[in-house]
Design a protein around this ligand. Structure first.
Ligand code: ZN
Length: 367
């Protein structure tokens, strides 16, 4: 066991990007990339050409193909996936490990498309042969509307007809989301992120339970790949799979998946969980059946006490020190830093370092 390994938050390296080389050809070119600009990087730092698409930054990921790297105190760099498998209960906590195995159960990405993505739909929880893949979006910037649900009442039959007629896209609801708005993309909600929208996406990531409810590839079905006039990829559009997912959500879960979109049903309202009256607040941004995502506004300090589950933290703005109960600084974090806080720490205090408040996202899979 490494010295003091679990006595500090595990620092995640900012180097996990999906570019054209990985098949993510719809991203904004490196020279104009919001992702790189946010991180103060250029294409040269990544060793890529200025016109290489940079589509996604995977902020914290234990994906088997593209895991985050962790920078240990001794300077060594290890794969997050490996370290989770080596020390699952110390990092994630006993209860989390019982439920999810040595997996986070979530992934945070910053998505920056130049071109529109396919129109997709994910299964509702409990689909007999497909795993769920709920996702939530926090809008970072938006100059183009999203597609969310339909702009009029349809039925399965009608959907099939407009798909065959090639007019489906004109039936999608265009929602112009504002910066800071939060969208819940529930199972059965037809959706597409379009070019011009930059957003943070938390979504479900595979855990030990996945084989029980079907292949994770079956969790995303593409209804329409011709979004905004792009050429559909061969075999990508799956109308039968989409109807299967939609009719299951409609019939088994009683969801209004074919109806005109009800905007309040997809916008997540924030709930103030804690306020000390002097500028320190904890705000619940999202709570779904799978994920809890809170925002900490730290003006002086916030204590997080008696936690039994490891969690992830991302500094959206400002800079903070993470301290133990005695006030000793465990790690200093600045804007864009992400850490995994081990369950074994149990108590931490987050202290703001600047004049303005720091904004921090904190999230974990639901126990
Ligand atoms: Zn999706």
């Amino acid at each position: 066991m490494r010295d003091n390994f679990f006595s500090v938050p595990l620092k995640i390296s900012n180097n996990n990007f999906r570019t054209g080389k990985h098949g993510y050809t719809w991203g904004v070119h490196a020279q104009n990339s919001y992702i790189l600009k946010t991180l103060g990087l250029t294409n040269k730092d990544l060793g890529i050409e200025p016109d290489e698409p940079v589509a996604e930054w995977w902020v914290v990921s234990d994906d088997v193909r593209f895991p985050s790297e962790v920078e240990l105190k001794d300077g060594k760099v290890v794969s997050l996936t490996n370290i989770l498998h080596e020390y699952p209960t110390e990092i994630l906590g006993e209860k989390h490990f019982q439920k999810y195995g040595a997996y986070l159960g979530s992934i945070l990405k910053l998505i920056d498309p130049a071109f529109s993505l396919s129109v997709q739909v994910h299964p509702a929880i409990g689909h007999p042969s497909r795993p769920p893949k709920p996702e939530v979006w926090l809008i970072e910037s938006s100059i183009a509307p999203l597609y969310l649900g339909f702009n009029q009442n349809l039925s399965g039959k009608k959907l099939e007809k407009i798909f065959q007629d090639g007019t489906l896209e004109s039936y999608l609801y265009e929602y112009m989301a504002k910066k800071g708005e939060r969208i819940c993309v529930d199972g059965g909600l037809v959706h597409a992120i379009r070019g011009g929208s930059t957003l943070w996406e938390w979504s479900y990531a595979p855990t030990k339970n996945d084989s029980k409810c079907g292949d994770i590839k079956k969790a995303t079905v593409s209804l329409w790949d011709r979004t905004d006039g792009k050429n559909p990829r061969k075999g990508k559009e799956d109308i039968n799979g989409s109807l299967d997912v939609l009719s299951d959500a409609h019939l088994r879960c009683n969801k209004n998946v074919y109806k005109l979109l009800s905007v309040p049903s997809v916008v997540s309202e924030s709930i103030k969980l804690y306020s000390d009256g002097s500028g320190n607040e904890i705000i619940q941004m999202f709570k779904t059946l799978e994920l809890v995502i809170n925002e900490l506004k730290v003006l002086s300090l916030i204590h997080l006490n008696d936690f039994e589950q490891g969690f992830q933290m991302f500094v959206k703005s400002g800079s903070v020190d993470v301290c133990d109960v005695s006030g000793k600084v465990l790690i200093s974090l600045k804007k864009n830093d992400a850490v995994l806080v081990p369950a074994s720490l149990k108590n931490i205090c987050i202290k703001n370092k600047g004049q303005l408040f720091s904004k921090i996202f904190v999230w974990n899979a639901v126990l």
